[in-house]
Design a binder for this molecule. Structure first.
Ligand SMILES: Cc1cc2nc3c(=O)[nH]c(=O)nc-3n(C[C@H](O)[C@H](O)[C@H](O)COP(=O)(O)OP(=O)(O)OC[C@H]3O[C@@H](n4cnc5c(N)ncnc54)[C@H](O)[C@@H]3O)c2cc1C
Length: 486
């Protein structure tokens, strides 16, 4: 009997756990360890943040789903990884700490044959002084709790505007190397939509503050897309949407500090600036969740498993190279740790070999550019592929890794909600193929323009809503859930 432990029950870990359970005979055990008792469909947190969905519409309890599926679930936090076991036993284990229930605060060893690290990002608010909703001065929509808190502030701002007071909204990235521009962009558009709908545009100033060299970079170095038969850049596409929604923008900006009502940032030209705000939603930098790893004698081997940013090392080419020497083949395909072949990282938890956007530094030496986008579709696909490989290895008693999923061979669809409403809603829909450009295969544009397209309109809103319903259905493991793709 084999034991597979999945750390994290987000988009990637949950997909991996459900896939393992479907693919593996019952005699093998699938265990999920995650501190949050709820699954959350993170992309819909944007709608929680504008009051169009309640937190209950984007989350559900994990325990009943895992019980139904025959998956063991511990509401606990993974703390340390011991891939060689201990002096007493060679069986590898993770040390976990319970965060709720009778065992709250207690630690326990959970042994594994295979381990999947799908712990997503640490929302690194601490990397920017004053950032974030936990004692800082800015808001976030990264979790449903953060989004509910952002909504309270949004409602208060809208009330002030209704009474004739002007409000300044600053939305964007809260760290010089933050990613997830798409989510912040989506929130900015939704706020603009609500403000316009309430005919309050003259009372609002909305600013998009971003670390991108050009807006529309989205951490993937931008893209050229086919639109209405023409080839256009995501820069033009994004700038036209911002202009249409009455949003101004500040680009090449690395936020360094947030004070009450005041954001400090440096721009790539080395100048230091401030911008005042009444309402600021800024995405933090991402890091790994901070696992430590130890060998069987207790020596710290964290650097064997993890990159300095805390994300897990996998089968990527991490050799330092100049931007012009980066290759699509640097990107991992099986997400296996190079030191321990029974450890895998899926979703945001794996360390990318390098950024996709060109690294840039200000004359003061501050790196200001986005790290790679870590979106839901690749996170789900990677979770599935890792689970399929592990199930295959267990069933065939081999080390064969048949399934592959490189972000340089995978497309991604991104639907940026730009206003909620069945009749007057809107979204900017974009597909890129592949996510990581491959200039050997597609020398002209880096991507296949037949599948790299963008549109803006009502249909995108319906699709986004439909995707919410489909992915919640799938995550609840309802009948034929596996037929819905990642
Ligand atoms: C507001 C917002 C909107 C977004 N919109 C989109 C979108 O429209 N389309 C899209 O494709 N992507 C979108 N994304 C990105 C998408 O949400 C992520 O790609 C996806 O959530 C990553 O999945 P993951 O499983 O790697 O990480 P997560 O979903 O973050 O899951 C990580 C899991 O690990 C658990 N965990 C953390 N620490 C530990 C630990 N120590 N031990 C055990 N478990 C732990 C967490 O509780 C969680 O269950 C959005 C992101 C945000 C923040």
């Amino acid at each position: 009997m084999a034991k597979v432990v999945v750390l994290g029950a987000g988009i990637s870990g949950h997909t991996a756990a459900l896939t393992l359970r479907r693919k593996l005979p019952k005699k093998h055990e699938v265990i999920v360890i995650s501190p949050n008792s709820n699954y959350q469909w993170v992309p819909s947190n944007i709608w929680v943040g504008i009051g169009k969905m309640t937190p209950d519409q984007v989350k559900f309890k994990l325990a009943p789903v895992y019980k139904k599926m025959g998956i063991s679930y511990f509401q606990a936090l993974g703390k340390t990884i011991h891939p060689e076991g201990s002096k007493e036993s060679n069986t590898p284990y993770v040390m976990v700490e319970y965060v709720d229930g009778e065992k709250k605060g207690q630690t326990e060893k959970i042994e594994y044959d295979y381990l999947i690290n799908a712990t997503g990002p640490k929302l690194n608010f601490d990397a920017t002084p004053g950032l974030g909703p936990h004692g800082g001065h800015s808001l976030s929509v990264c979790t449903y709790d953060h989004a509910s808190h952002a909504l309270e502030n949004l409602e208060a701002a809208l009330k002030k505007m209704e009474k004739g007071e002007k409000q300044k909204f600053v939305i964007g990235t809260g760290h010089a190397m933050a990613t997830c521009q798409g989510a912040a962009f989506e929130y900015a558009l939704n706020i603009a939509f609500e403000v316009n709908k309430r005919k309050l545009a003259d009372k609002a100033e909305i600013v998009w503050l971003t670390n991108e060299y050009e807006v529309g970079d989205f951490g993937m170095g931008g893209a050229f897309i086919k639109r209405n038969g023409y080839i256009t850049s995501t820069k033009i596409f994004t700038e036209s949407i911002l202009a249409e929604y009455g949003i101004s923008w500040i680009k090449r900006a690395g936020v360094s500090k947030v004070e009450k009502g005041l954001i400090h940032y440096e721009t790539l030209d080395g100048e230091y600036h401030t911008i005042n705000f009444d309402f600021a939603m800024l995405i933090p930098g991402f890091a790994g969740v901070g696992f430590k790893a130890f060998d069987k004698t207790g020596n710290d081997i964290t650097d064997k498993l993890f990159a300095p940013n805390g994300l897990m090392k996998v089968d990527a080419d991490y050799t330092p190279k100049d931007f012009d020497d980066w290759k699509a083949s640097d990107w991992p395909t099986i997400y296996q740790n190079p030191s321990f072949d029974n450890i895998f990282a899926s979703g945001i938890a794996f360390a990318p070999p390098h950024t996709i956007s060109k690294p840039m530094k200000s004359k003061n030496g501050t790196a200001i550019f986005p790290t790679p986008p870590r979106t839901g579709m690749p996170s789900g696909v990677i979770g599935k592929v890792v689970a399929e490989n592990i199930a295959h290895m267990i069933k065939t008693n081999t080390k064969e890794l048949k399934h592959k999923a490189s972000m340089a061979k995978m497309g991604a669809a991104c639907i940026v909600s730009a206003g909620y409403g069945f009749r007057n809603g809107s979204a900017a829909s974009m597909t890129v193929f592949p996510i990581v450009p491959d200039y050997d295969k597609y020398p002209e544009w880096g991507r296949d323009l037949s599948y790299t397209v963008g549109e803006h309109g009502l249909a995108g809103h319906w699709i986004k809503l439909l995707l919410h319903l489909m992915f919640m259905y799938k995550a609840k493991a309802k009948p034929f859930w596996w037929m819905i793709p990642e």
